[in-house]
Design a protein around this ligand. Structure first.
Ligand SMILES: Nc1nc2c(ncn2[C@@H]2O[C@H](COP(=O)(O)OP(=O)(O)OP(=O)(O)O)[C@@H](O)[C@H]2O)c(=O)[nH]1
Ligand SMILES: [Mg+2]
Ligand SMILES: [Zn+2]
Length: 333
């Protein structure tokens, strides 16, 4: 028999578990919850959420206050403050709405495969958000079995360099198990790990490898371009036998930005530092004299590709953020 008294604690909750549950999945208006009373289905108490913004609605990974119902649907009364959250722009809203990808995680793993999916600019865009969350960030370069040792080393080195010192980057294969030990050094009881990345990168394969069994369906990528088929369609929070709590998410083609402030500073601090050395504080880095950015681009100390990434990222942040930060940048797109 499972010790029902401490269920919520094994799902990562540290406070008083009375009337608290964790959301482990959601389908439309229905949520799957787990708490010390057991596992159940819940819906929002509508009057309690009438004026709550969309990104603060209950979502997979949340701890919520509930009114438990032993014989039917429980009611969600309130979302408890989130320890961490990974939020992106909702691509369908042309940049006006945010979308919560994962909440209450201790470690965020960006899974990127070493085939056509490998893209350092995309990694940058993920990390720009990830560096804001306060969680430990990992980049896992998957599918080493598909590339030569030299190719692997080259891509690994480039990714380590680009990710910066606070991010752990390693490579491996969820076909051969290479790299799983390194990932396991971040797993363990009561720790929540969230997986993000493109469809087909191998997020669900990683879950299965950690679980030691096929608990998530996976599906082969398209042969012609290595793109995934969006096999995982809902976010799901699972408890593994070793006590690790893991969240699998559907693949994201791209990640918009939101609240990218601090992340931007630490990821592009060299560029911000450069821009601060221009003669004019409102320099457009165009025709102005003594422009430090232009000079660095000319003498090669700032790579054009990196500058363009920076401008493109600024271009995808929320409108207010964009206005404030990019009023002095000229866009190439
Ligand atoms: N060769 C090779 N194939 C792998 C590796 N890891 C995963 N795959 C395969 O890649 C395909 C996609 O893997 P999934 O785990 O379904 O990818 P996903 O990131 O969960 O994709 P979505 O659920 O669509 O977001 C599957 O056919 C896996 O078997 C690896 O290390 N090497
Ligand atoms: Mg999947
Ligand atoms: Zn300038």
């Amino acid at each position: 028999m499972i010790d029902m008294k401490n269920v919520l604690e094994t799902w990562g909750y540290e406070g008083n578990p009375e009337n608290v549950a964790r959301v482990t999945g959601s389908w439309g208006d229905y949520y799957r919850i787990v708490c010390d009373r057991g596992e159940g289905i819940a819906r929002k108490k509508s009057s309690a959420f009438r004026s709550v913004e969309k990104h603060l609605m209950p979502t997979t990974g949340d701890f919520v206050k509930i009114k438990w119902n032993n014989s039917g649907e429980s009611r969600i009364l309130e979302v408890l403050p989130r320890k961490t959250s990974f939020v992106r722009l909702d691509p369908s809203s042309s940049g006006h709405k945010s979308q919560v990808v994962a909440v209450n995680f201790d470690t965020l793993i960006l899974v990127m495969s070493l085939n056509e999916n490998f893209n350092l600019n995309r990694m940058d865009r993920f990390l720009t958000i990830a560096k804001n969350t306060g969680a430990k960030n990992i980049v896992f370069l998957n599918k080493t079995d598909l590339v030569s040792k030299e190719e692997k080393d080259e891509m690994l080195l480039a990714a380590i360099e680009r990710a910066g010192k606070d991010v752990s980057v390693f490579a491996g294969s969820m076909l051969t198990g290479e790299g799983i030990e390194q990932i396991k050094s971040f797993t363990g009881p009561k720790k929540t790990i969230a997986l993000v990345g493109s469809s087909g990168a191998g997020k669900s394969s990683l879950v299965n490898m950690l679980a030691g069994e096929e608990i998530m369906p996976t599906f082969e990528v398209r042969e012609k371009d290595g793109k995934g088929r969006h096999t995982t369609t809902e976010r799901e929070l699972m408890l593994l036998k070793d006590g690790t709590i893991i969240m699998d998410t559907p693949g994201m083609r791209e990640v918009g930005l939101w609240e990218a402030d601090a992340g931007m500073e630490c990821n592009f601090s060299d560029i911000e530092e450069l821009a601060s050395q221009c003669r004019f504080s409102d320099c457009m880095h165009d025709t102005e004299p003594d422009c430090a950015v232009k000079k660095a681009l000319e003498d090669g100390t700032l790579a054009m590709e990196r500058w363009e990434t920076y401008v493109r990222i600024l271009n995808s942040t929320i409108p207010e953020e964009k206005k404030r930060r990019t009023s002095n940048h000229r866009f190439r797109e």
